[in-house]
Design a protein. Structure first.
Length: 308
């Protein structure tokens, strides 16, 4: 093909506007590229020929390419209503997420038995059943209660029971502090223990106000409030008979805690309630409900949600 055989610029534009030559599969390679010379002066290069009027100001819509020839981006309209937009949109990950739960034996019987044993030891000491100077022996006897209830608190946190875990952890810290004061006999240790008992009594009262659905734990807290309140008075005033009253209340607390531990242990062993515990509301549904009840709102619980 020689230079004379090339169509004029106006003819090429007409062909492009009419849609001719748009099928590149029908266009074969030139016969001899070496015979194609440069375009004449004032004529546009065929390689850069564009449709007439395209890209120029004032172009009429009839002169623009057809809708089917436009790019794919020009056909993308605004997002439909209800579709997430913006940089913060995230896909639904619920079908891709797996939350693993591990069944465990209930640690609460162990925790309440530890409360009962430590309360008996301290109560007998306050009543006067032990000889003078038995403080170090009492301290050594209640140290295991600290370790056991610390373990129970860790397991209760893993079992998603914040009320039981908090109670057991605070009991654990109380026994540790009491054991250290009784063993080391520091100056003013009795008054310090009095303040500690007063703070714990206030804490137990607050927890009792929200533990009504767990009747057994509520009874333990109701027995703990007067015991530690009177124990605080005994430590701050150093009056002997108040100390003995505190010891008697400690033995009552031990009795309530031992019953609760025994009832929970029987329930966990037999899979049903044997002794009355008094659960109601969510506490009852958690024991008698099906799997859907156990997994309710799990995506918003600690360890799954983003923050505590």
């Amino acid at each position: 093909m020689t230079t004379a055989e090339l169509p004029e610029a106006g003819q090429r534009s007409e062909h492009l506007e009419a849609g001719q030559g748009s099928d590149l599969s029908q266009v074969g390679p030139p016969e001899d590229l070496s015979q194609v010379g440069p375009p004449e002066a004032g004529q546009p290069d065929a390689r850069h020929t564009e449709p007439s009027g395209a890209g120029q100001p004032g172009t009429r819509p009839s002169e623009l390419p057809e809708a089917g020839q436009r790019s794919a981006l020009s056909q993308v309209g605004p997002p439909e209503a209800g579709q997430p937009t913006g940089r913060h949109s995230e896909p639904d990950l619920r079908q891709m997420t797996r939350i693993h739960l591990r069944p465990i034996a209930s640690p609460m019987p162990l925790g309440f038995f530890a409360v009962a044993i430590a309360s008996v030891v301290v109560g007998c000491s306050q009543v006067g059943l032990f000889p003078e100077g038995a403080g170090q022996a009492v301290a050594l006897a209640i140290v295991p209660a600290f370790l056991l209830q610390f373990l129970v608190a860790a397991l209760a946190f893993g079992a998603r029971d914040v009320l039981a875990a908090t109670l057991m952890a605070c009991f654990s810290g109380l026994w540790l502090a009491s054991a250290l004061v009784l063993a080391l006999q520091p100056t003013g240790g009795g008054r310090v223990l009095g303040v500690l008992n007063a703070v714990f009594a206030a804490f137990a009262l607050m927890m009792a106000s929200v533990a009504g659905r767990k009747r057994a734990m509520w009874l333990v807290l109701c027995a703990a409030v007067p015991r530690f309140t009177v124990g605080a008075l005994a430590g701050l005033t150093d009056i002997a008979w108040i100390g003995r009253v505190s010891g008697c209340l400690g033995l009552l607390l031990a009795l309530v805690a031992a019953y609760t531990a025994f009832a929970l242990m029987l329930e966990d062993m037999r899979g049903t309630q044997v002794l009355p515990i008094g659960r109601s509301g969510p506490a009852l549904h958690a024991v008698e409900g099906n799997l859907s009840v156990q997994l309710r709102d799990i995506e918003r619980q600690a360890g799954v949600r983003r923050t505590l």
